[in-house]
Design a protein around this ligand. Sequence first.
Ligand code: ZN
Length: 88
Amino acid sequence: MCNCASEVEAKAKEKIATQLPDGAQSLTVELQGMAMILGKTLETKNKLNLHVEYQASKRGGGFKTVKQDLSMIGSYCMFCGEKYPEVA
Ligand SMILES: [Zn+2]
């Protein structure tokens, strides 16, 4: 499996560090929207959040808003296009 996420993170940190104002310190850069998947090894995959919302009818009449947040894991690396291995 490719190592794009950590490479992109490292390159972003390197570039951003050169653009900080004088005296800035303790820079942290974290690529968010990735999921840690534990299979045979620990893998990082692209993740999108799927927000679901609908009106459900209530027993006594009327409706209530139901909200759910789900995650969708990508099948391919969004940086290099390599197919992710199947989770064991
Ligand atoms: Zn990749």
